[in-house]
Structure formats: structure tokens, C-alpha cells
Design a protein around this ligand. Sequence first.
Ligand code: NAD
Ligand code: MG
Length: 391
Amino acid sequence: MQTLTILGATGSIGKSTLDVVARHPERFRIAALTARNQVDAMEAACLSAGPRYAVMSEAAAAAELDQRLRARAPHVQVLAGEAALSEVAALPEVDTVMAAIVGAAGLRPTLAAARAGKRVLLANKEALVMAGQLFLRTVREGGGTVIPIDSEHNAILQCLPGRFDGNWAGVGVRRILLTASGGPFRATPFGELAAVTPDQACAHPNWVMGRKISVDSATMMNKGLEVIEAHYLFNAPAESIEVVVHPQSVIHSMVEYVDGSVIAQMGNPDMRTPIAHALAFPERIESGVRSLNFFALTGLHFERPDLARFPCLALAYDALRMGGTMPATLNAANEVAVARFLEGGLRFDRIAPVIETVLARAQHRVASGLDDVFDADRCARDAAKHALAHA
Ligand code: NAD
Ligand code: MG
């Protein structure tokens, strides 16, 4: 029996995780679920999954949930506040933590899971982008593991040999081909991007996801964050990670070897595949995802990313090459700009210039500890708000 905590249980990844878990009651037990403030979704999840703990990081939401569950599920203990997220990520009875909070808010609880030696199923890519080396060191020192949930990185893991330990030459890897759908504006002329609304940006052609990652996919910052994520997870130099736009999202990424072989992982675009893979690793379990119908595919198409229309991708490569706290700066500036865009206060095509301004003015520092990372995060948020005020 595997015991799980799901951080971000009411989100898109959280719900897909609960769906896979519910298919295997003999295999998985839920110790804790967390969310920010979505009381309805959390109540439903508690009633069906029966966790011991339910954490709402906002106190008012916790009080409301507690009241609703008192009669119907008195065995669920409701906790409030940010610190409780880290507590339930490190519970002694928990083996596996699904890290599916969106953004920088997920860093502390994800690190808490790593420190406690858990098997960390990592969807929260922002945590790795912000604190890559620190995060990996914490996983090593804690004696746990990290398994990527991001479909591309999970695909890469599946395309690498089981004995891969970060030594590319040892297994003959030449490069990583990171596929990208190109998002809803792959073919939209630059001049039309100014008028894009939040709802248009969130209408992804292949995936249904939370609003922040949907906007990131539309700007291609998502792919930029994923380049940084791949760098850390697979010890990959920036120049050995090539982004390949593949609008059908059937190939989820590829690994090329020195002998010319290219191994791809394919499947319907449904996050339950990587979630099931990571949950059962190294075994395989049913995920609810239907078979890929090759006869219904209209073709597999590939193109180079257009960095002129999608400058966020280039900014992410820049931040990765600069290293230190720059990826944390990139991430924070992006979070602020995307939140403002979603509120209707920033044009879609102004997201990248805001991030570029913040990166250009940021102090380049070594990320030797968590304080450095959070300092960079704070400075970048202030700088982004300043840039927005003058945008
Ligand atoms: P979502 O917005 O649907 O859900 C986010 C979850 O995090 C919710 O449960 C919410 O309550 C919680 N949360 C948000 N802010 C919080 C805060 N300040 N404190 C505590 N909890 C907070 O997001 P999602 O689409 O499920 O994405 C989650 C993560 O997984 C992101 O990092 C995203 O990049 C990554 N990811 C998502 C997908 C996908 O298909 N949705 C694919 C790959 C990677
Ligand atoms: Mg992805």
C-alpha cells in the first residue's frame, strides 16, 4: 500500500491524480489533500478519497471546510495555513507526495517532502526552476527520489535507460528533443497577439489545464520553464535541449542517442498517463487513458519555434545560461505578469517585455541557499510591479 499526500488536490493535476488513485484502491491510500481556497472541490475530494488531513492554506476556507465536514466526514482533520502544507508533505506515514501546487507557492512544501525523503512526483515545475540545484541537493540528502509529472519530462524519463544517472556519455545520449504544441497562437500573426483575451489564451487546443500554465503555454514561457526543468532533471546542457513544435501533442518528447537512434514516447494527450507512470514506477498500471488511434491521426507535424513571436522561450534560455538566481527571477517576473494579464490589466504581447526588463535590471547572484532564491523572487516581483506601473 502506498500512502500519498496530494499538494494542490483541487487543481487540474490534483484531480487527475485522484482519478488514477481511485482506480486502484488496493494500491493507494490518501493521507492528506491540500488546496488554497476551493472549498467545494476540496469537500468533494475529501468525501470520496477520505484523507486523514485536509489543508486549506487560507484560514477562512479552512473554517468553512471544517464546518461542512464535521457532520459528513468527522474523521478528516482540517488544518489551516501555509506551514500545514509542509507538515502534511513530511508526515511519517507518507511515502509519496504529488507536488501539484502552481507557482512559487509550491516551493516550500515540495522541499519539505524532499527533505523528508519522500518520493516526490513533481508537477510544480516552478519549484525546480526557482531552486534547481538546491532542490536536487535536498532530494539527495533526504534520500528520496523525484519523478517528473510534466508530460515532456516524464516522456524523457521513459525514453532514457533505467540505469541513467545523469552521465550522458555513459548511456550515449546526444540530445533531448522537447516537444511543444505551440499553444493556441502557434499560427497567429504577431500583430494580432495584442488583442488576445485571457479566455482565448486559456483555450489550449490539446490540453485542459489551470489558467496560469495555460497562459504560459500560449506565450511559450511554459516551454522555457520546461527547458530549465529538463536541464536540472537530466543534467542537460542548454545547447543539448532542442524545442520541437509538434502541434498534435502525440509525441510527448524524444531522446536522441549518439548512434542516431531517436526514441519517442507517444500517447493521447492526457495527464493521467504520466501520473499513472510516476505513481506506479517502475511498474505500469491502468490510467483510464484510451489507446492511441493511429488510423485517426491526420499526421505528425514538426516545426521550429518562432522566437520572434514567442520571445519568452528565448528569455528562459538566457536565464538558464546566466544561471544562479536568474531562473528564479524569470519565474517570479512571469508569475506577476501572467497574473496581471489574467486580471485584464496587461496586454498579452506585453508579458515578455515586462519579464525582459526585470531580467535586464536584476542582480546576478549565486543561489547558495533558499534565502538567495526567495530574495531574488521578492526583488523580481517588486521590479515586475514597477515595470507594470510604467508599461
Ligand atoms: P491549477 O491552477 O489547476 O491548480 C493549482 C492547485 O494549487 C490548486 O489545488 C490550488 O488550490 C493550489 N494552489 C494555488 N495557489 C496556491 C497557494 N498560494 N497556496 C497553496 N495552494 C495553492 O494548476 P494545474 O494546472 O493543476 O498545475 C499545477 C502545477 O502542475 C503547475 O506547476 C503546472 O505548471 C504543472 N503542470 C500542469 C499540467 C496540467 O496539465 N495541468 C501539466 C504539466 C505541469
Ligand atoms: Mg509540459
